[in-house]
Every structure is written in structure tokens, then in C-alpha cells.
Unconditional design. Structure first.
Length: 314
């Protein structure tokens, strides 16, 4: 009994020491504003998405390295092959520059603007080259119809000019900001970047025009042309344009409805998906053509994209 009373006395005499909470996070809003915390979280999400894109692109490149090596080694140099090389390797430059921007600390607004202009140029080049693949395909499906080509090229030129104006004017009028919280790298456009929806709205219109031309051609020739290559090209075109329409819609909505870095988190993702689809589909068709021992020429026709002898004219 004395032992128990001694224990109770000694236990009661100890001061009340609060136990540490293992998952306790400091209250940042006492030191930083809600706006600063939200901006920091958006930068973290944006960096995660961009790192995931780079990982996915590297994985895709590793998986197709053998097929690509055969294509680069044995295919003849023509306009389509040069287009393939640019479409395939420009995203590596885009990732290198943008990941530098995402992870290097102590950026300034001017530095962010300069690097973002470089990234926008790479994104525009990648998108233009990817679309050129399928403009050529659509032109070939229409048996090299000059009227169709003129309509596609004029629309495409208008989209390029409008996108360049919207991109670079938005960069000038919407200054870049960095996070006020230490350890958060990257930068974002604080205000005025809502007009960045314009390039994706224009791209949506272009994709809608091209998929309409492809479907019209398919409806006209579905009874007279049963070539397997013709069917594959139609399926590739429809899949590519459907992805373009979907991601363009997503980017228009995020640019208009979201703030901070959230507004641009899927913009380059669309260009990367376009580049992967364009190069993968071209590799598939070239290998199928190569295995059938068909010769290709430098003419803008289905002979670049699928064996011409197997394509019947409407």
C-alpha cells in the first residue's frame, strides 16, 4: 500500500507534457495567406503532372526504340521522314526546358517569361508537325484533291497565326509570379491568362473540320474501297481527331474556369499525346508497308502513308 501511494503521489506530481502528434502539420495560414497556399499547391500539382508526362514520354520512347531504329535506318529521306524526326524529338527539348523551369528555385518574373516563351515555341512546333501528318493523310484520302488541300491549309494557317498572337500577347499582359512559400519552385501566370483558351478553341475548330472530311470520305468510299490499309488510316485519323477534340475541350474549360497553375496543367499534355499518336501511327503504317516490300516515293499521296497499289480511287 505505501508503494502504491508513493507511485500515485509521484505520478500526480509530474507536469502535464503534451504528447507530440505524429501527423500534425503546421498551420501555414497564420503566416501565409490562403491565396499563397493555393498557388503553392497548384504549382506542386503542375510539377507532378509535368514530371509524369516526361516519364510517360520516356517510357514510350524506350518501348518503340527498336521499331524506330529500323525506320530511321532503312526508310528513305523525304518530307514525311523529316516531319517524323521533328515531331518525335522536339518534345525532348520541351521537357528539358520546362522541367528546368519547374525545379530550379529563385526564379524571377522575367526569367519565367523568357523560358515560357521558349516552351511555347516548342509546343507550337510540336503541334504543327503532328497536325501536318494528318493533313497529309486527309489530303491523300481525298485523292490529292487540290480544293480540299487549299481549304485545310488556309484554315491551318489561320489557326497558327491566331494561336501565336494569343499565346504571346497573353504572356505579355499576364505577368508570371512565383510562390511566396520557401521550397516551392516554379511559376504561374497570376491574371489575364484566360485568353489562353483561344489556341485550343481554334484547334478544336481545325480538328472538327478534319474529322468531318475524314468521315465524309469514309461514307463516300465505304462500298468501293475495302483495303485494310485504307481502313487503318481512317481509324487512325478518327482516333487522333477524337483525342484532339476531347483535350481541346478540356483545355478550353480549364483555361476559363481554373486559376493559378491549374489553368495550364493539361495544355502541353495535349501536344504530347498528339505527338505520340502521330509518330506511333506512322511507325505502324511504315512497318506494315515495309513488311509487304512496297516501295515508297516522295509524292504527297497514300504511297507515303500506306501502299498505293492497295488504295482504290473513288
Amino acid at each position: 500500500m505505501p508503494v502504491l501511494s508513493t507511485f500515485l503521489i509521484s505520478h500526480d506530481s509530474q507536469p502535464n507534457i503534451p504528447l507530440p502528434l505524429p501527423f500534425h502539420r503546421p498551420r501555414m495560414d497564420s503566416k501565409y495567406s490562403v491565396d499563397a497556399i493555393t498557388a503553392a499547391k497548384s504549382l506542386q500539382v503542375f510539377t507532378f503532372i509535368y514530371t509524369s508526362m516526361a516519364t510517360f514520354w520516356t517510357y514510350d520512347y524506350a518501348c518503340s526504340m527498336r521499331e524506330e531504329g529500323i525506320f530511321l535506318l532503312y526508310s528513305s529521306w523525304n518530307r514525311v521522314k523529316m516531319l517524323y524526326v521533328v515531331t518525335r524529338y522536339v518534345p525532348f527539348l520541351l521537357f528539358s526546358v520546362h522541367l528546368y523551369l519547374n525545379f530550379v528555385p529563385n526564379e524571377t518574373s522575367n526569367m519565367c517569361q523568357s523560358i515560357n516563351n521558349i516552351c511555347s515555341s516548342f509546343s507550337l512546333i510540336s503541334s504543327v508537325c503532328s497536325e501536318c501528318f494528318f493533313i497529309l493523310r486527309t489530303y491523300a484520302l481525298w485523292n490529292n484533291d487540290k480544293v480540299v488541300l487549299a481549304a485545310m491549309l488556309s484554315t491551318f494557317a489561320a489557326v497558327i497565326v491566331g494561336s501565336m498572337v494569343a499565346l504571346f500577347t497573353a504572356t505579355v499582359t499576364a505577368p508570371f509570379e512565383t510562390s511566396a512559400i520557401p521550397g516551392i519552385t516554379g511559376c504561374y501566370q497570376s491574371s489575364g491568362s484566360a485568353r489562353l483558351f483561344v489556341p485550343f478553341l481554334l484547334l478544336f475548330g481545325l480538328e472538327l473540320m478534319l474529322i468531318s472530311l475524314t468521315l465524309t470520305c469514309a461514307i463516300r468510299n465505304w462500298r468501293t474501297n475495302n483495303s485494310s490499309f485504307y481502313v487503318v488510316i481512317l481509324k487512325h485519323n478518327v482516333l487522333y481527331y477524337a483525342c484532339g477534340l476531347f483535350f481541346s475541350t478540356v483545355n478550353v474549360l480549364t483555361s476559363l474556369l481554373l486559376d493559378y497553375a491549374y489553368s495550364g496543367m493539361f495544355q502541353d499534355f495535349q501536344f504530347i499525346i498528339h505527338a505520340i499518336l502521330a509518330t506511333r501511327m506512322h511507325l505502324y503504317l511504315w512497318h506494315a508497308d515495309h513488311n509487304r516490300d512496297c516501295n515508297t516515293s516522295d509524292l504527297i499521296s497514300l504511297s507515303q502513308l500506306a501502299p498505293a497499289p492497295h488504295i482504290e480511287s473513288a
